[in-house]
Design a protein around this ligand. Structure first.
Ligand SMILES: C[S@@+](CC[C@H](N)C(=O)[O-])C[C@H]1O[C@@H](n2cnc3c(N)ncnc32)[C@H](O)[C@@H]1O
Length: 294
């Protein structure tokens, strides 16, 4: 696997991260006999192979770089992309909230550039599976390339098509949707999830969240939570520690829920009502099914 965090020294075939002055960084595979060209000079791969990770290395002009194994976050941010992608800030919370772990099966749409797919494939491990749907072939091709580069493609089933037409999976542990009209697919997602399974969605506007909540209540999802995550970095200067001047103010709103089983038992009614899942008039989306938001 080209991305192997279990080593102490750089080996041929490994992905390496070089970090130079002002944190200018590059990620590339180490190939015997190869060279890497930067605006601060050329590095010979043979000079890097065999060195301990974390070593300072130098271009032919003497420019210094640290050589490290890229983290998952480094790889995601560096990913080649043709779409908006999921960022580490949101991904980390999603993975823990849905308890994504080794051996699980996760359903995803759309694949986009494959940022979330990479993170999911990493989390489910070699025994797990990510089943991902993308309707545009050019995006699917890019995502596949991104997964192959990291040696994670064998954990992913790539499906080309509209998720609304084609979900065949059942009993999946979790489902993540990153597409403009998630409310249209909640029913299919419910059928694909195992009882009690986890659902998460990211959309950029509250208008979309509103429609999704109606859909989730209608399809008996409970424990619905909506949040957004704000991440603020600090300048690591001990004598004048303060936030950095700029931050990413908005990526998207996360909506979580779990598939629960409905019940006619009167004793369950209060519980279902508290979660908003009982089938009542006010749970019907007043905007109807025809309007779409892109
Ligand atoms: C914002 S991108 C997803 C980005 C992805 N999560 C990532 O991290 O790279 C949304 C993707 O959903 C795809 N898409 C939209 N509606 C879809 C549908 N009904 N079925 C499958 N894919 C869909 C789009 O073509 C687009 O590639």
């Amino acid at each position: 696997m080209p991305w192997n965090l279990n080593t102490t020294h750089a080996a041929a075939g490994d992905l390496a991260l070089l970090v130079g002055l002002r944190h200018k960084h590059f990620i590339f595979p180490l190939l015997p006999g190869g060279t890497y060209h930067t605006h601060r000079g050329i590095l010979s791969h043979d000079d890097l192979i065999g060195k301990p990770w974390g070593s300072p290395v130098f271009s032919h002009q003497g420019a210094p770089f640290f050589m490290l194994q890229p983290s998952l976050a480094d790889l995601l941010v560096d990913l080649k992309r043709s779409t908006q992608i999921m960022y580490p800030k949101d991904i980390g919370f999603i993975l823990t909230s849905m308890s994504i772990g080794p051996g699980q099966t996760v359903l995803e749409a759309g694949t986009g550039s494959g940022s979330m797919t990479v993170a999911l494939a990493y989390a489910v491990g070699p025994q797990g599976r990510v089943v991902t749907y993308e309707k545009r072939p050019e995006f699917q091709n890019l995502a596949r390339k991104n997964l192959v580069r990291l040696g994670l493609d064998s954990r992913v089933v790539f499906n080309l098509g509209d998720i609304g037409d084609s979900i065949a999976e059942t009993n999946v542990d979790a489902c993540f949707l990153d597409l403009p009209n998630p409310w249209d697919y909640v029913q299919k997602v419910r059928l694909a999830l195992k009882p009690g399974g986890f659902f998460c969605n990211l959309v950029p506007t509250v208008n979309q969240v509103e429609r999704l909540i109606y859909g989730m209540r209608r399809e008996h999802f409970a424990f619905i939570e909506v949040c957004e995550l704000l991440l603020r970095y600090y300048k690591p200067e001990p004598t004048r520690l303060r936030p950095t001047d700029r931050m990413v103010a908005h990526t998207g709103f996360l909506t979580f829920g779990r598939r629960i089983e409905s019940s006619d038992d009167e004793r369950a009614r209060i519980l279902l009502e508290e979660e908003g899942v009982a089938l009542e008039e006010e749970n019907v989306d007043p905007k109807g099914d025809d309007e779409s938001i892109d």
